[in-house]
Design a protein around this ligand. Structure first.
Ligand code: GLA
Length: 709
């Protein structure tokens, strides 16, 4: 079907103005109501013929104002408005009623960019709504700019990114991601009844407990079929998404920066820009929704330099040495890991001054003279001479009170006077809203990277915010910390990346505590979890890949007896699992026997031969993880000529060790050679009949490689 990139255009002045944004598989239609509001008319599967769309009109209900029942594109709190609003302001004369009227719609150069302007003219408040359609992905990004074009300051009490309206109906099902440290991003599903379901973080960062994404369906969608509406926020600070089902068959989702404890002063001439909220529609279930997001992330969001290149195989010292890393141990691990085929050697926590355990050192980013008497240079050189990149762990937003930095600048952390500064993991959060502090962080990281030929940075964040006091804040601005910290962090990362374009950045926050579409524009990939037990992390992989591309998930081969779960899992299984993302290893390989070495070497070599398909291909989640069944994942190259199939069993008592799995995404016309084995089967046969999988028992795994010809 030819792609029609429809411009937003008035189709019938007689009926009022209607604008539609159409991508290949999705239509988003809005219009101007009689009462002068810009309202959504339709969002969902593409409708080619637009002529039937009438201008929006609110339904009539007793006790409700008709114009307030519209699906307003940017609902502001004012008048009899009782639903969740995107904007709440307080004007200088203490009026707290916002009355936004439509001003105009204009279309950008590319014709897939639309800007709508609304205004509360009596007070000089203007809202610019930005729409950007990503045609090839059926995604629409919305964000708002709130401008003070008046003569007096005003205060924003809540400013969300966007509102999304589902077709009329109820009993919608919400799929979202919830978890905790060590068990991030597990799928949760709720049927929405009238009322509100709030998913959020008030922690200053994205958090382990919830993730800023939603998927909504009618309760009948599965991986391969059914309509799924979905959205992701591009924001790495406190956030909220509210799903509000009213008693009139309307489900609305609004989301953006969390307004809890938030307030923003807007002086004349100033503008507040919300983070984007990116949403889309899939008519082919959750699997296709995820693939649209994955392709979009790789094609548009990930830092461009490495977006489509394959990630290196990483060895990280953490699980091998914990804090006791030093030059001798690091060298020994580097030699061994390079023999395994690692391409990047990362010295994790413990390398810097005063860092014997978690109680000291954060903030003083120089090598510990006892552990690294010659600095990092000789180690970096040796690692480079083994053909590996050198990487380093840092946690730049943090400080331990037991550090030189804190001794010199105790006021550089968030705190309130006369209140305890709560330490978590013995550390406090640096106040990046303060330009002096942000400059220090940028400078210390810039020097560390530049002075040592560092080609990989693991950027960690091991606590949430508390006592968010900004003592040197300009008058009236102290509650802006929730956005200013994130803006400052983004700026530091953006500057570091432009000064050191060849450096890969891993995002980490106690494993997977800061993964979102904002972070994804600054980090090349993320630590998925501190938990390395595949039995557990398969569930996190399921949730993670709902929204985020597999190559952005670092999967780690950890020790044989898992430190968190006590489970013993074979080395082969651990490797097979970790091949479903960016492969890393973090375990003590110093005591390994020959067999272990040979097996690991073979696995790394095999991974290198399939990683292009895994990292840049399409993911099909053929069977979900379960504790008494078989989990199956298939990765298919974009041209469908290659595929990799993974299968994992947990406890086979309820499932069969032998099963036939139907594949997806292949070409009917091709025959696929399957390794291991010497079988060759047709694409049609593999997709309609399936391939036999034979697992040997509990905690067994197989990986098949398919090549079409
Ligand atoms: C966090 C990370 C780990 C490791 C430790 C070091 O928990 O998630 O991978 O880097 O910090 O302190």
């Amino acid at each position: 079907m030819p792609t029609r990139r429809l411009s937003p255009r008035p189709y019938a002045e007689r009926k009022g103005r209607v604008w539609s944004l159409n991508s290949e598989g999705m239509s988003y239609v809005m219009g101007l109501s009689d009462s002068g509001q810009l309202a959504n008319i339709y969002w969902g599967s593409r409708i080619d013929d637009e002529t039937d769309f009438a201008r929006p009109a609110g339904m009539r209900y007793p006790f409700e104002l008709q114009s307030k029942m519209l699906r307003e594109e940017y609902p502001a709190w004012g008048g009899p408005h009782y639903r969740e609003a995107c904007l709440k302001v307080r004007y200088n004369d203490r009026v707290r009623d916002c009355d936004l009227a439509f001003l105009e719609v204009s279309c950008g150069k590319s014709r897939s960019d639309v800007v709508a302007e609304l205004g509360d003219e009596a007070y000089g408040l203007k809202v610019r709504l930005h729409y950007k359609l990503y045609d090839g992905y059926d995604l629409l990004a919305k964000h708002a700019e709130v401008l003070n074009v008046g003569r007096h300051p005003m205060r924003i009490e809540s400013v969300l990114s966007a509102a999304w309206y589902l077709p009329s109906g109820r009993d919608w099902r919400l799929t979202h991601l919830a978890g905790a440290w060590g068990r991030e991003m597990r799928l949760e599903r709720d049927i929405l009844t009238p009322g509100k379901k709030v998913i959020e973080s008030r922690k200053g960062t994205t958090s382990h407990q919830a993730n800023p994404v939603f998927f909504v369906d009618r309760g009948d969608a599965d991986e391969a079929k059914g309509g799924v509406w979905f959205g992701c926020l591009a924001w790495s600070g406190s956030w909220k998404i509210v799903a509000e089902q009213d008693t009139y068959q309307q489900l609305t989702l609004v989301g953006g920066v969390n307004d809890f404890d938030f307030s923003y002063l807007l002086r004349p001439g100033e503008c507040f820009r919300t983070p984007p909220f990116i949403a889309g529609y899939s008519s082919r279930g959750f699997g296709e929704a995820s693939r649209k997001l994955h392709r979009f992330e790789v094609g548009n969001l990930l830092p461009r330099r490495f977006a489509s290149s394959v990630r290196p195989v990483i060895f990280n010292t953490w699980e091998a040495t914990v804090f006791d890393v030093d030059e001798r141990r690091a060298l020994q691990l580097a030699r061994l890991s390079s023999r395994l085929g690692a391409e990047c050697f990362v010295v994790d926590d413990g390398w810097f001054k005063g860092r014997k355990d978690s109680t000291g050192g954060l903030g003083d980013w120089v090598p510990d003279p006892e552990k690294f008497p010659h600095g990092l240079t000789p180690l970096v050189k040796s690692v480079n001479s083994m053909g590996m990149k050198f990487g380093i762990w840092v946690e730049p937003e943090m400080v331990n009170p037991k550090s030189q930095l804190y001794q010199a600048h105790p006021d550089w952390v968030y705190h309130f006077p006369n209140r305890k500064r709560t330490e978590m993991r013995s550390q406090l959060v640096l106040n990046l809203c303060d330009a002096e502090v942000a400059d220090y962080v940028l400078k210390s990281m810039d020097e560390l990277i530049g002075d040592n030929n560092i080609e990989y940075v693991k950027w960690d964040m091991n606590r949430y915010f508390s006592e968010p006091g900004w003592q040197r804040a300009p008058r009236g601005r102290e509650q802006e910390v929730w956005v200013r910290h994130v803006d400052a962090l983004y700026e530091i990362l953006d500057r570091l990346r432009s000064r050191h374009p060849g450096v890969l950045f891993e995002g980490c926050s106690g494993g997977g505590g800061r993964i979102d579409l904002g972070a994804l524009q600054r980090f090349d990939h993320f630590a998925g979890s501190d938990n390395t037990d595949p039995t557990e992390v398969l569930f996190t992989h399921e949730g993670f890949t709902m929204a985020y591309a597999p190559k952005t998930m670092l999967l780690c081969v950890g020790g044989s007896t898992n430190g968190l779960t006590g489970r013993e899992v074979s080395l082969g299984y651990r490797f097979d699992f970790a091949m479903m993302g960016t492969l890393s290893m973090s375990l003590d390989i110093r005591g390994w026997n020959k067999e272990e070495f040979e097996l690991a070497k073979r696995k790394v070599q095999f991974y290198k031969s399939i990683r292009k398909v895994v990292q840049n291909g399409d993911l099909y989640r053929l069977a979900p993880p379960s504790l008494d069944g078989i989990c199956v994942r298939e990765f298919v190259s974009r041209d469908s000529t290659e595929a990799v199939l993974f299968a994992f069993s947990h406890v086979l008592s309820k499932a069969s060790a032998k099963t036939t799995v139907r594949l997806e995404g292949l070409r009917h016309s091709l025959r696929y050679g399957i390794e291991p084995g010497k079988v060759s089967l047709g694409g049609g046969y593999l997709m309609r009949h399936g391939v036999d999988i034979n697992l040997g028992g509990d905690n067994d795994s197989v990986v098949y490689r398919l090549k079409g010809n």
